[in-house]
Write a protein that binds this ligand. Structure first.
Ligand SMILES: [Zn+2]
Length: 271
């Protein structure tokens, strides 16, 4: 989202806002202010908070969240079609239009028009991973939950999610089931460094894109969703723990001292 925000800033930053054309009507999560009240305003910056993209009009803001299947097209010249998977199109005077699309089935992309001072969906977000507040949480925090639970929750740290969490824990050599309080100071520091390094690598990879966010994003995960393939560090097979709607990927040799964590999918086979 950071790299996408940077590209949108380049494309439509400083532009005069013309209109937001809703295509999927349930996607707009706010009633007031209306999108129309932004017409004629200057888009002063495009930013990011957690996984939300922020269009800032000095005071009011548009915020959108792509969820799992959301994508963005930068349309030059601007278009007026109503594509099947469209969510909303933003029009700017003399600039490309920006189309938000949705291919997901489960969790839908959404957008908000927020008055000055209204945090809307941003209110519950935890600190950014590069903030001092987050460093303090990892280095000194007494949270007893599993680190994997802690890190993928947007209320603890904004914008990490499952993919970066799997990869960060693998890079740090920390078990997804470890708690912060069970880690030595050096392990906590390694975890913080790994999280930031993984995010920096991810941002570099994403910055190589141009335009919006394509339908086939591919990915650059090192271990996330790669169970059954060799660990890139030690060559052992990566394992997973499956939950209803996601899975945790890890390397037993690198992260759990060789211990294989119970997986309900496996135990069902065994039974
Ligand atoms: Zn390994």
């Amino acid at each position: 989202m950071q790299a996408l925000a940077e590209r949108l800033e380049e494309t439509v930053g400083g532009a005069t806002f013309e209109a937001a054309i809703p295509i999927s009507f349930s996607a707009l999560k706010t009633y007031a202010p209306t999108p129309e009240c932004l017409t004629g305003r200057t888009l002063v910056s495009v930013g990011r908070r957690g996984k939300y993209v922020l269009l800032d009009f000095v005071g009011p803001r548009i915020v959108f969240h792509l969820s799992q299947g959301g994508r963005v097209d930068v349309e030059s010249p601007p278009r007026s079609t109503r594509p099947k998977f469209g969510v909303v199109r933003f029009l700017f005077d003399g600039r490309p239009s920006v189309l938000v699309k949705e291919y997901g089935t489960e969790r839908k992309a959404g957008w908000w028009v927020l008055a000055a001072g209204d945090e809307g969906p941003l209110a519950g977000l935890g600190p950014e991973p590069f903030s001092d507040e987050f460093a303090e949480l990892i280095l000194d925090g007494a949270d007893g939950r599993r680190v994997h639970t802690l890190l993928r929750k947007q209320s603890t740290v904004a914008g990490l999610g499952r993919g970066y969490t799997d990869d960060s824990l693998h890079r740090a050599g920390v078990s997804p089931y470890a708690s912060l309080t069970s880690l030595k100071p050096s392990e906590r520091q390694a975890l913080l460094d790994a999280i930031r390094a993984v995010l920096t690598d991810g941002l570099e990879a994403e910055r190589r894109r141009t335009g919006g966010l394509p339908t086939k994003v591919g990915d650059h995960w090192v271990v996330h969703n790669r169970h059954g393939t060799p660990c890139p560090v030690c060559g052992d097979g990566l394992r997973r723990v499956s939950y209803e709607s996601y899975e945790v990927t890890y390397c037993p040799a690198c992260q759990t001292g060789g211990k294989v964590l119970a997986d309900r999918r496996m135990s069902r086979l065994v039974r």
